[in-house]
Structures are given as C-alpha cells and as structure tokens.
Design a protein around this ligand. Structure first.
Ligand SMILES: CC(C)(COP(=O)(O)OP(=O)(O)OC[C@H]1O[C@@H](n2cnc3c(N)ncnc32)[C@H](O)[C@@H]1OP(=O)(O)O)[C@@H](O)C(=O)NCCC(=O)NCCS
Length: 335
C-alpha cells in the first residue's frame, strides 16, 4: 500500500466582490448582523456575462494546481470533482474538466457531499492511490451558488452566507507511509437531510410541477434550519477531529494547522477554543469568501499554503461538516 500526498494547490474566485452593504440593498439585512452571526464581510458572486461556472472555475484552479505540481495535464490519471452546483443536472462537472483541460480520456468521478464534498473527494482519491490503481489524481471542489439563491428578504437567513469559488489539488503517490495523507474519516446521518436541502427540482417533483405551483413553491431555493445545523456542526467537527488525531496517536497540541470548512466563523472559533489552538494553528478566510461549500476547504488550504503557513513536516488537519448531514476529517503529515 502507498500513501498519497498533495503536490500542487490552486484556487480561483470570481472577480466580483459583494459586500454586506451590497446585500442590504437587495434585502432587509445589514453588515452588523451578518458579521456578528457569521464573521463574513464579503463574498464573490459570479457576474452575469462572464464564463464562470462550477466547471470553468474548477478548470482554472486545476490548471494552477497542475502547474505548481510540476506536472502537465497528460500526467493526470483520474479526476474527482466535488460540487453541489454542477453545470448540468447530469453529467457531472468531472467530465467537463477532462474536456476543458484537453486531457487524455481519463476517468472522472463526481462527489455530491455538499460542505464535506472536498474531504470526501480527497479521501476517494487517496484510496485509489493507496491501492496503486492511479498515480496522479486531480481533486477539485467548486461552487456556483449565487445564481441559485433567494436574494430577497425571504431568503436572507441563507443567501448572505454563500459564495462562489473553486479550489483544486494534485495528489500523487508517496512511498513513505509516514508522510502525506495519514488517514481519512467519513460519516453521515441522513435522517437530517431535510435540515439543509435544495429539495427540487427532484425527479419526484419535477420542473412542470414547480412552475404550476407558482409563487407558493420555492423548494428550488436552499432551505436551512440554521440553529439546528450550528448545534450539530460544533459537535461533529470536534468528534471527527478527535477521531483522526486518536487514529494517528496525536494530541490536540500536535496540530500545526487546522483547516476547518468555512461554514461560519463562530463555528471555527468554537472549535479553536475547544481545542485550545492559537491563531497560528487555524486558518479562516470566510471573512472574504463566505461559505463556498465543496470549495471552501481547498480554497482555505491553498491560501494557507500560499501564505507560507504550512511547512514540510506539519500535522495538517482538514475537517468539514454539512448537508446530509455529512462530516469528515483528513490527517496529513505535510510532505
Ligand atoms: C444562519 C445563522 C447565521 C443564523 O443565525 P441565528 O442566530 O441562528 O439566527 P436565526 O436564524 O435564529 O435568526 C434570528 C433573527 O435574525 C433574522 N435574520 C435572519 N437572517 C438575517 C439576515 N441576513 N439579516 C438580518 N436578520 C436576519 C431572523 O429573521 C430572525 O429574526 P426574528 O428573531 O425576528 O425571527 C446561524 O444559524 C448559522 O450560522 N448556522 C449554521 C449555518 C451553517 O454553518 N451552514 C452551513 C453548514 S455547512
């Protein structure tokens, strides 16, 4: 069995910055409420007329990751793409990456695990590398939320939180089993699926029925029971980080860098306090980008690395929680 390690990281966010004040012109909200509850100051929303989508943003991030890995697109053996906002209902975005990057006809797999999407995706890629089936895998997380949000006061509890963006990494084979990804831990609890959901269009409630229902039916907008999600998030984040540390004989103090999914700054601060981490041991960028769901962990990991906050030999922990519910962690000895 091999290990896998990250050898290239990239990110792409749309140019268009939407501040909290911009949102207050669309709906009844304000900067103080949003910052106090979520820590978010601004987010990126794709502007009409650009070519940005989950697939094209993912491709832009992927090109950077591949170049930084010192590889070419022809070296990539497999693609794993995580998103809840694909360009098409089907097929998924993975195949679009194969085309957009003009890659050989390698396999492409889409992961649908919302805010935990990137953690699940990297775990899947890790298994393929461990068994020796593939050597270099491109893993992408990308989201185009803004076109699907209810930007009226009715949707303010959800729409102020989410942002658009993409991140990517290249995983490669590592012969030393004490380096790279040491373990991944994945969980789900489907009984809470309806607590954070886009219910339609689904095959049981298809487009003509939604149109017929008219204004009454807004099941195509995201619904979130924010308080319920918050309570579960803080518990599951903590559990799954501890699970990963214990599996590898590590203590809280051994964490050099925790990259939590950027759901809400208050959740990250709760975790930071609970694990007694200094500001240097945790990375947050939700202030700038909001919650970019499957892109959030990989955008944050990329920025932390770009800012020189991750060094060879560091114990890096990725953790995520989200719709499903799904949650997971990844323990990495940075190599
Ligand atoms: C969404 C979240 C910020 C809401 O914060 P909250 O303290 O739970 O707020 P509530 O939803 O209880 O709403 C409190 C009040 O603020 C109002 N409100 C909601 N959104 C608002 C907004 N954007 N601006 C101003 N007021 C708003 C509500 O209408 C409510 O008013 P009321 O008391 O008159 O009914 C918070 O629940 C949260 O972050 N949850 C977790 C979200 C998350 O992590 N999601 C991603 C999972 S991966």
């Amino acid at each position: 069995m091999y290990n896998s390690k990250i050898i290239g990281l990239g990110k792409y966010v749309p140019e268009n910055v939407v501040t909290n004040d911009d949102l207050s012109k669309m709906m009844d909200t304000n900067d103080a409420w949003i910052q106090e509850r979520t820590g978010i100051q601004e987010r990126r929303w794709i502007k009409e007329g650009t070519d940005d989508t989950s697939a094209t943003m993912g491709a832009k991030a992927a090109r950077i990751a591949i170049e930084r890995a010192g590889l070419t697109k022809d070296d990539i053996d497999f693609i794993v793409f995580a998103t809840l906002s694909p360009d098409y209902y089907f097929p998924g975005c993975g195949v679009q990456i194969q085309d957009l990057l003009d890659m050989p006809t390698v396999g492409a797999l889409d992961v649908r695990n919302q805010c935990s999407g990137f953690v699940y995706a990297i775990s899947v890629a890790d298994q393929f590398i461990k068994t020796g089936m593939y050597k270099n895998i491109l893993v992408i997380g990308a989201e185009y939320h803004s076109n699907g949000l209810d930007k009226t006061t009715r949707g303010r509890g959800v729409s102020v939180i989410f942002g658009d963006g993409a991140g990517a990494c290249v995983l490669t084979r590592e012969e030393d089993n004490k380096k790279g990804i040491l373990s991944t831990h994945l969980h789900s609890e489907g009984k809470y699926a309806d607590k954070l959901v886009v219910a339609s269009p689904s095959i049981k409630h298809w487009v003509p029925e939604i149109i017929e229902a008219g204004e009454e039916d807004i099941s195509y907008y995201p619904y979130m029971d924010g308080t319920f999600v918050f309570k579960h998030a803080v518990v599951r984040f903590s559990e799954v980080i501890v699970e990963g540390l214990e599996k590898n004989g590590l203590q809280k103090e051994d964490i050099d860098m925790l990259i939590p999914h950027q759901a809400n700054l208050r959740i990250a601060q709760f975790i930071q306090k609970k694990f007694r981490l200094s500001d240097d041991q945790i990375f947050n960028n939700i202030m700038k980008y909001g919650n970019t769901t499957a892109a959030s962990v990989i955008i944050a990991l990329t920025e932390a690395w770009e800012e020189g906050k991750i060094k060879t030999g560091d114990n890096v922990v990725l953790a995520a929680f989200g719709s499903g519910f799904t949650w997971g962690s990844v323990i990495i000895k940075w190599a």
